[in-house]
Design a protein around this ligand. Structure first.
Ligand SMILES: *[C@@H]1O[C@H](CO)[C@@H](O)[C@H](O)[C@H]1NC(C)=O
Ligand SMILES: *[C@@H]1O[C@H](CO)[C@@H](O)[C@H](O)[C@H]1NC(C)=O
Ligand SMILES: *[C@@H]1O[C@H](CO)[C@@H](O)[C@H](O)[C@H]1NC(C)=O
Ligand SMILES: *[C@@H]1O[C@H](CO)[C@@H](O)[C@H](O)[C@H]1NC(C)=O
Ligand SMILES: *[C@@H]1O[C@H](CO)[C@@H](O)[C@H](O)[C@H]1NC(C)=O
Length: 204
């Protein structure tokens, strides 16, 4: 039966071809599924890590007073150089790097009396780092309330000041992600004019 053979033959080759392609589709599907599963798990892990990024903290840990002078003539005046040490704590699993320069401002009765610059600092994952900055303080009666200033200089012999700064930077995660964070520095202190020291240093 020469006429019967080809019709028998065609479905057989078709069937084996179909089987082969089904096999192909099945293995392809398995690979695709595996890739999708791995991608999902990776996204979940990354999501958890990124969501958990915490803001590093910055605190003033010590202040040294140098070249302190004050007096009342012709008007109340005071000048000093403060060397402040800050401690930055990075609780994240990635390095935190602050922007090039951060200005810290010293405030006395609501008026800025000095600015100090903190240079770029990077804090390793899960660690602390200290940095110093210098502020020249020079309030005078032309921009500070004379009554309060005179009272502080003459009677209390202390000057309460606050130090504020916004440290902007980025946490690097798994060398892939960068997340921006802003660490706020907000501390108060009393400059003792008799002892040339800083007391009651407290940070929020
Ligand atoms: C920091 O303060 C100085 C003035 O002392 C100013 O020129 C500079 O622009 C400030 N920098 C930033 C980043 O605010
Ligand atoms: C900051 O200054 C203090 C006192 O001058 C010094 O002991 C300390 O090592 C300095 N810290 C840094 C990080 O330079
Ligand atoms: C007071 O400070 C201002 C601003 O820094 C300055 O222009 C002025 O000369 C100072 N006055 C005195 C008496 O030092
Ligand atoms: C200065 O600060 C100290 C401690 O925080 C506080 O006891 C004192 O009353 C303050 N003095 C003034 C004049 O605000
Ligand atoms: C400032 O320091 C002197 C000398 O150490 C001390 O006797 C005085 O009580 C201090 N002033 C304040 C307001 O704590």
């Amino acid at each position: 039966m020469a006429a019967g053979e080809p019709p028998n033959d065609r479905p057989a080759t078709l069937r084996s071809r179909r089987k082969a392609s089904e096999k192909c589709i099945n293995t392809f599907c398995i690979y695709l599924f595996a890739i999708a599963a791995v991608a999902c798990i990776a996204a979940l892990i990354l999501g958890l890590v990124v969501v958990r990024v915490k803001t590093p903290t910055v605190k003033l840990t010590s202040v040294t007073v140098k070249n302190l002078h004050y007096g009342f003539s012709p008007t109340p005046f005071m000048d000093a150089t403060l060397i402040a040490e800050i401690t930055m704590e990075n609780p994240n699993f990635g390095e935190f790097k602050y922007e090039e320069v951060t200005n810290t401002t010293l405030i006395y009765y609501g008026v800025a009396v000095g600015i100090g610059e903190v240079k770029t600092v990077s804090v390793n994952a899960k660690s602390n780092k200290n940095a110093n900055f210098t502020v020249k303080v020079k309030p005078n009666s032309s921009f500070v309330d004379v009554d309060y200033f005179s009272h502080d200089l003459a009677m209390l012999k202390t000057m309460n000041m606050s130090c504020i700064a916004e440290f902007k930077g980025r946490v690097r995660l798994l060398k892939l992600f960068k997340e921006k964070k802003v660490s706020m520095l907000k501390c108060t202190m009393s400059l003792n004019l008799s002892s040339h020291g800083v007391q009651n240093l407290a940070c929020q």
